[in-house]
Ligand binder design. Structure first.
Ligand code: ADP
Ligand code: MG
Length: 699
C-alpha cells in the first residue's frame, strides 16, 4: 500500500464509511486520512470514578459493569435505551437514542467495560449519552497508557457509525501499517534541517500524532509537523517573492496624465485622507519601477479603498492600457460600477460592467469591445475570469475583498496578459498587522490606517429576544428621524430552507411592526435574480425604502451612507470578521450609527467572546487578532480566508517562535542556494506547487 491507496482498502473501513469520509471530509486516500489529525486526546492512564464526576463537558474514562438495561418507546418508531454503569463508587446512567438494537445485543451483563464520554446533568442526575464502550479485556493494562485520539466528526459521520471512537479504530489500523512497514512515508525535509532543529522523521511523527506513547512523543510529533507546515508556507512565499523580484518584467507606468490629474483636480468629491494619499503614492512608485507590482492594500471597512483603486486604474488608462476590478458579489460589482460612473461623469473614460447575469448578446458585445480596446475600465464578478474574456492590453488588476476569492480564481486573472499586469489586492484586514509582517516579510503591503474625517465609531450593543420591543422602537425613532436600517439574517448555505424560512418570518415580523405605507421594506437574499437584487438595493439606496431585510449578500462593500443602524439577527451564528464587515455597512455618513447584535440567551463560550469583542472595539486590526485567537487551527471558516490562516496544526499566533525560525531558515537557504540545486526535495516541492503558487505572485 502507498499513501495514495484508496481508503476503501483499509481494514475496518468498508465502502459505506469510505463514501462518508469522501463526501464529508474530502478524504480519499490513506495519505489524506493520515493527515486528518486528532484535535485532542483522552489520557487513558487517568481512570476516573463515578463518585468523582463533578464537571459537565469533561471527558472521563470509567471502568465498570453494566446492569439494569431498559428500553422505552419514544414516539412511534424510536426507542430509548438506558443502562446503569456501576464502578464500585456509584451508578451512572448511560443513554442511547440511536443504534439501540446493536448496543443491546453487544453489551453483556457482568462484563468489565471501559466507558468513554462526557457526563451531563439531567434532572439533577449524572448521565452519559452515547458513550463509547469497549470490553476492558480488549485493552490490556499496559496499552492503556496510550492517549486516545479524539477526532472532529460531523453529524452525518456519526449517523453512519463513524464517530470519533470508530474513526480512531480505523486510524489505529492505519498507523499499524506504518509500524509494520506495510506503508511508508517519505521524508520531505532536508536532513541538515532535521538535525539542526532536532526534528523527528516524518513517518514517526505521523504515527505519533495519532497514537503517541507519551506526552513527550506527542510534543515531538506536533513540533515536527508544525515546523514542516510553516517551513513550506515560508518556502512558497519566499521563493515566489524571489522569482518575482528577479524575473517578472512589469509594465512601466511613468506617465501621470489627464485622466488622473483631471479627476484629482475636478472630480474628486472630497479631499483624500493622508493615508489614501500615501498609499496611492506607494502604488505609483511601484508601477513605474519596471518590476511587476504585487501589492496588498489593507484598510478597515469604510477607509476608502474604492477611491484608491479608481485613481490607480486611471493611472493605468493614462499609460495607454486597460484596467479591471473584480468584486466577490454581483451587488458589490454593480455598486462599484455605479460609483465609478458617477465619479467619472463627463470624463472621457469608458467604464463597463460584466457579470454573469448579463444577456448573452450583451456579453458578447462587451467582450468584443474589450478585445478592441474600446473599454478602459471593466468592473465585474467572477465572470471576468472566464476564458473568453480577453483584453487588448490589461495593465492593472484590482481585486476587491480578496479573502472572498479562491486561489485559482485569482491566478486566472493574472494570466490574462502576456506581460503580467500590475496587481492590487484590497482587503479589510483579514490579517493582523503583526502577522502580515511575520509572514510576508518584505512583501509589498500598504495600510490605510485612517478613516475619512467626521466618522464617529459605531456604537455596538448586545440584545436578547426579550429586548426586541425596545430595539424596534429604537429603529422606529431612527427611521422617523430620516435614517435607514438594515436587519440581517444568517444564511450560511443559500440552500438551507430553514434559514430562508427564518428570513421570511423575520420580514413578516418587521412588516407587522412597521406597517405599510408609512414604512417601506426591501428584502434581498441569494435566491433572488440579479435584477431583483439590484432593484431592491436601488430602492433602498435612493431612500425609497426604510428597512433592508437581508442575508449576508450585503456583507461586503455595500455603501448607503444614510443607513445608521445595523441589526444582526442570530449574531452568534456569524464569525467575527463577518460581523465586522456587516457593521461596516453603517457609520458611513457622519451620523452616529449603531450596531445591534441580537442573540439567544445561552451562548457558547466562543460566541460570547465574539459578541464581547464586537461590543468592545471597532478596530478591524484588533478584531482580526481576536478572531485569529478564537478560531483554532483547522477551522473550516478559515478556508475562506487568506492561505496563511489555513494552517492545519500550527498557529501563527501561538507558534510565533516556529514562524520566526522557519522564516529565517528559508531566507538563509534561498540566499545561499537560490535555485535550490542542493535541495532536490525542496526543488521538487516547488515544481509540484508551481501551478498552485501563481497566487504567491499576487499576494
Ligand atoms: P472600503 O474601504 O470599505 O471599501 P469605501 O471605499 O466603500 O470603503 O468608502 C467608504 C465611504 O467613504 C464611501 O462612501 C466613500 O465615498 C467615502 N470616502 C472615501 N474616501 C473618502 C474621503 N477621503 N473623505 C470622505 N469620504 C470618503
Ligand atoms: Mg470596499
Amino acid at each position: 500500500m502507498t499513501l495514495s491507496t484508496d481508503i476503501l482498502y483499509l481494514k475496518g473501513m468498508g465502502p459505506a464509511r469510505a463514501k462518508v469520509l469522501n463526501s464529508e471530509l474530502n478524504i480519499f486516500t490513506l495519505g489524506q486520512l493520515l493527515e486528518y489529525f486528532p484535535f485532542r486526546y483522552i489520557d487513558r492512564s487517568v481512570m476516573g470514578t463515578i463518585a468523582a464526576i463533578s464537571d459537565e463537558g469533561q471527558d472521563v474514562v470509567l471502568q465498570g459493569r453494566i446492569t439494569n438495561m431498559q428500553t422505552t418507546a419514544v414516539g412511534k418508531f424510536k426507542e430509548r435505551l438506558t443502562a446503569d454503569l456501576y464502578d464500585g463508587t456509584g451508578y451512572l446512567q448511560l443513554v442511547w437514542f440511536a443504534g439501540t438494537k446493536w448496543v443491546r445485543e453487544k453489551l453483556k451483563p457482568n462484563t468489565n467495560y471501559l466507558v468513554f464520554g462526557r457526563p451531563s446533568l439531567f434532572n439533577g442526575q449524572w448521565q452519559m449519552t452515547h458513550p463509547e464502550i469497549e470490553n476492558a479485556s480488549d485493552h490490556p493494562e499496559k496499552e492503556r497508557e496510550k492517549f486516545l485520539p479524539v477526532y472532529n466528526t460531523t453529524e452525518k459521520m456519526k449517523s453512519h457509525g463513524l464517530g470519533s471512537r470508530a474513526l480512531a479504530r480505523i486510524t489505529e489500523n492505519l498507523v499499524g501499517l506504518l509500524q509494520i512497514r506495510q506503508l511508508s512515508v517519505e521524508e520531505n525535509l532536508p536532513q541538515d534541517i532535521l538535525d539542526h532543529f532536532r526534528l523527528i522523521p516524518r513517518q514517526q511523527a505521523l504515527a505519533a500524532i495519532h497514537y503517541p506513547d507519551s506526552r513527550q512523543q506527542l510534543d515531538a510529533a506536533r513540533t515536527r509537523l508544525k515546523f514542516e507546515e510553516l517551513f513550506f508556507l515560508q518556502l512558497d512565499y519566499q521563493y515566489a517573492h524571489q522569482q518575482r523580484a528577479s524575473r517578472s518584467q512589469g509594465r512601466i507606468f511613468t506617465h501621470v496624465g489627464d485622466h488622473f490629474n483631471g479627476f484629482y483636480k475636478e472630480k474628486i468629491p472630497f479631499p483624500l485622507t493622508g493615508a489614501q494619499k500615501r498609499v496611492i503614492r506607494e502604488i505609483r512608485e511601484d508601477m513605474r519601477t519596471g518590476r511587476q507590482m504585487n501589492r496588498l492594500v489593507q484598510g478597515d471597512v469604510g477607509s476608502g479603498k474604492t477611491l484608491v483603486a479608481l485613481m490607480c486604474m486611471l493611472l493605468a488608462v493614462d499609460n495607454g492600457s486597460q484596467a479591471c476590478l473584480m468584486a466577490p458579489t454581483e451587488i458589490l460589482a454593480t455598486q462599484h460600477f455605479y460609483t465609478f460612473q458617477r465619479m467619472l461623469d463627463g470624463m472621457d473614460v469608458n467604464v463597463q460592467l460584466l457579470t454573469g447575469s448579463l444577456r448573452a448578446a450583451t456579453k458578447k458585445k462587451l467582450k468584443q469591445q474589450l478585445a478592441d480596446g474600446e473599454i478602459d475600465l471593466l468592473i465585474g464578478t467572477h465572470a471576468l475570469i472566464e476564458d473568453d474574456v480577453a483584453f487588448r492590453d490589461l495593465g492593472l488588476v484590482v481585486i476587491d475583498e480578496q479573502h472572498r476569492f479562491g486561489v485559482e480564481q485569482r491566478s486566472k486573472l493574472w494570466q490574462k496578459s502576456a506581460v503580467p499586469p500590475h496587481i492590487l489586492v484590497m482587503t479589510a484586514t483579514p490579517i493582523p498587522r503583526t502577522l502580515a509582517m511575520t509572514l510576508y516579510g518584505d512583501l509589498d503591503c500598504s495600510i490605510i490606517d485612517e478613516l475619512p474625517p467626521g466618522r464617529q465609531p459605531v456604537r455596538t450593543y448586545h440584545r436578547l429576544e426579550r429586548n426586541r420591543p425596545l430595539v424596534f422602537s429604537f429603529l422606529k425613532k431612527q427611521i422617523d428621524d430620516g435614517r435607514q436600517v438594515y436587519i440581517v439574517y444568517p444564511l450560511i448555505e443559500e440552500s438551507e430552507k430553514v434559514d430562508l424560512k427564518n428570513l421570511q418570518d423575520g420580514l413578516e415580523m418587521v412588516q407587522n411592526y412597521f406597517p405599510r405605507p408609512q414604512y417601506q421594506t426591501s428584502m434581498v437574499h441569494g435566491r433572488l435574480t440579479a435584477d431583483e437584487k439590484a432593484f431592491e438595493m436601488d430602492r433602498f439606496k435612493r431612500g425609497q425604502t426604510h428597512i433592508m431585510v437581508a442575508t449576508t449578500v450585503i456583507e461586503v462593500g455595500v455603501d448607503v451612507p444614510n443607513a445608521t443602524v445595523m441589526v444582526i439577527e442570530n449574531a452568534e451564528r456569524f464569525g467575527l470578521s463577518q460581523l465586522h464587515q456587516l457593521r461596516g455597512r453603517v457609520g458611513r455618513g457622519g451620523g452616529q450609527s449603531y450596531c445591534i447584535l441580537m442573540t439567544k440567551d445561552n451562548l457558547a463560550y466562543s460566541s460570547q467572546e465574539r459578541i464581547r469583542t464586537m461590543c468592545a472595539t471597532t478596530d478591524g486590526f484588533q478584531i482580526a487578532e481576536a478572531d485569529l485567537r478564537l478560531r483554532g487551527p483547522g477551522d473550516i471558516q478559515g478556508l475562506q480566508q487568506s492561505g496563511a490562516l489555513d494552517l492545519h496544526l500550527a498557529s501563527i499566533v501561538d507558534d510565533e517562535p516556529l514562524v520566526a525560525a522557519t522564516r529565517d531558515t528559508v531566507r538563509d537557504l534561498l540566499n545561499a542556494d537560490p535555485s535550490l540545486g542542493r535541495y532536490p526535495l525542496l526543488r521538487q516541492h516547488i515544481e509540484h506547487s508551481k501551478n498552485k503558487m501563481l497566487w504567491g505572485k499576487i499576494s
